[in-house]
Write a protein that binds this ligand. Structure first.
Ligand code: C2O
Ligand code: CU
Ligand code: CU
Length: 522
């Protein structure tokens, strides 16, 4: 993002005092969380729209209180109202149709992250549209119930466009979801709350800065304000009952190690769902990692607490595992992250305050859904090796790659048979960093997670080294340095003709720098 000094009167803006916004200080959490409501304002929920007209446009939003931030948003005019970054809620098997109109001075296209659609509806870089152009979408929602999302996917500008505000949820309902909602008396926007977590860097005038330096392009761009649904330092009043939080990590690069705390006490919670819907059963845990683009669905029971009690959803400290010595040297030479909040320190995300003691006696069901294991008895094995190649000649340079390749939108790296199950052996070398890799077009199952670092392996729940979040249908996989993870993908294809989809790192700086390949299903 380039500075345009004449455009804003610098003196008319209040300088941001970071001490008032620092998420490490719990007393800063005074801004009411923007909770998605039906057909209202920011993240308004639109149920089963047909022919939605979605505009991508510039809009000035009040993100930091009493400061205007130039943003890019999705706008849908629905029932006479303007809804910004709408949450689409659809039933399984319903059909969705929309027209995208681009009103920003950059190419864009919407990608429906996690939705099973043919490649023309997938929102790929090769279908990006210029300013004032339109793109029509129409597809059946084949997905399981769950928490999906949508965001831009143009060549080279995905990170910047998401950063400037373009991202929201696509929620799918099915029978299992309905049953869960009934047994826990959950209501979307009241007790079932989507939380889009992002870190952003604002300059002193409250303007969003997206201009990664070399270091930030290699490691990822980090912000020092943590926003939930575009609210910094948010606070939410809750009653003594069970809440469902649909967490989506919409950050460029930041990994969160989520936990709920009350004072120094850690509050256990249940993981009930991941990227593509519910797990078979709830897992009681004290923490969960969530990488860029991953979703985790959590239940928090606060029945035993009292009026006035305060809790926090936090990110705990961990080892960022950025093992590159050359990079560390580079940092010492002045190449630094500008974020005041380092990668893996602990900080608060959302304050929860108990408002009322109520009667509530629901129990979390023991069975949530069925996760039918993919039959891998005749699977073909394929290597998917992540790597980074170093080039110190012209200054600091690391190119992240998949199977030694960089993205070229006009070619595909390999072809898979539409009748075949494949096992992908995904590896990440020791001297690397964590990469959240993502597949379009299909979901996968984690078969085993090997050679995990201690901070990960101690969370494993079975002999295959899998975490609770590995036990559902996934579209994004966080692979730590040194790990070898086997995943199963059933390439059965419901669409006519050949389909080409990308597989890429969802660290958005890595994606834009070409850590992406195409594969073809034929
Ligand atoms: Cu969420 Cu190809 O992306
Ligand atoms: Cu995707
Ligand atoms: Cu990466």
């Amino acid at each position: 993002m380039s500075e345009s000094p004449n455009e804003t009167g610098k003196n008319s803006r209040t300088a941001l005092a970071y001490s008032n916004l620092n998420p490490r200080d719990p007393s800063n959490f005074t801004n009411p969380l923007k909770v998605p409501r039906p057909l209202e304002g920011l993240f308004g929920i639109i149920e089963s729209p047909s022919n939605a007209s979605i505009k991508v446009k510039a809009l000035s939003l009040e993100v930091v209180p009493s400061t205007k931030t130039d943003s890019w948003v999705y706008e849908v005019n629905y029932s006479g109202r303007s809804i910004i970054n709408p949450i689409f809620k659809m039933k399984r098997e319903e059909s969705f149709s929309a027209t995208l109109t681009n009103e920003i001075p950059q190419e864009t296209i919407i990608h429906w992250h996690g939705l099973i659609v043919d490649w023309k509806n997938d929102g790929q870089a090769s279908y990006a549209i210029s300013q004032n152009e339109n793109y029509d979408y129409g597809f059946t929602v084949y997905n399981r119930g769950g928490t999906y999302w949508y965001h831009p996917h143009p060549h080279l500008h995905t990170a910047e466009q998401i950063y400037k505000g373009l991202a929201s949820f696509f929620i799918v309902e099915d029978r299992d979801e309905e049953n869960l909602g009934k047994s826990l008396d959950l209501e979307l926007g009241k007790t079932d709350i989507p939380l889009l977590i992002q870190d952003k860097l604002f300059n002193e005038e409250g303007r969003l800065e997206y201009d990664p330096n070399e270091m930030e392009r290699i490691m990822g761009f980090y912000g020092d304000l943590i926003l939930v649904n575009l609210t910094p330092n948010p606070s939410l009043e809750v009653d003594t009952r069970i809440y469902r939080f649909r967490v989506l990590n919409g950050s460029s690069a930041r990994i969160y190690r989520l936990a709920f705390t009350k004072g120094n006490e850690s509050l256990p919670f249940h993981i009930i769902g991941v990227d593509a819907g519910l797990l078979e059963r709830p897992f009681k845990v004290n923490e969960v990692f969530v990488a860029p683009a991953e979703r985790v669905d959590l239940l928090l029971d606060v029945r035993h607490l009292s009026r006035g009690d305060v809790m926090f959803l936090k990110s705990l400290q961990f080892d960022a595992m950025e093992r590159d010595e050359e990079l560390m040297e580079g940092m010492m030479e002045g190449m630094v992250f500008r974020s005041k909040l380092q990668q893996a320190v602990d900080f608060n995300i959302l304050k929860l305050l108990i408002r009322n003691k109520i009667n509530y006696d629901a129990q979390i069901p023991e069975t949530l859904s069925m996760v039918q294991p993919i039959d891998t008895s005749r699977a073909i094995e394929r290597k998917v090796a992540l790597s980074g190649s170093m080039n110190m000649k012209g200054g600091l340079m690391v190119q992240w790659m998949i199977n030694g390749e960089m993205f070229d939108m006009n070619r595909y790296s390999f072809q898979v048979d539409r009748n075949v199950v494949e096992i992908w052996n995904v590896t990440n070398p020791d001297q690397s960093m964590p990469h959240p890799v993502h597949i379009h077009g299909y979901h996968f199952q984690v078969i085993e997670r090997l050679n995990s670092p201690a901070q990960v392996s101690r969370l494993a729940v079975d002999a295959s080294g899998r975490l609770p979040t590995d036990l559902g249908w996934k579209d994004t996989l966080l692979i730590w340095p040194g790990e070898k993870i086997r995943i199963a993908v059933d390439f059965a294809n419901r669409f006519a003709g050949e389909q080409t989809y990308p597989f890429h790192c969802h660290n958005l700086e890595h994606e834009d720098a070409g850590m992406m390949i195409n594969y073809k299903v034929a």
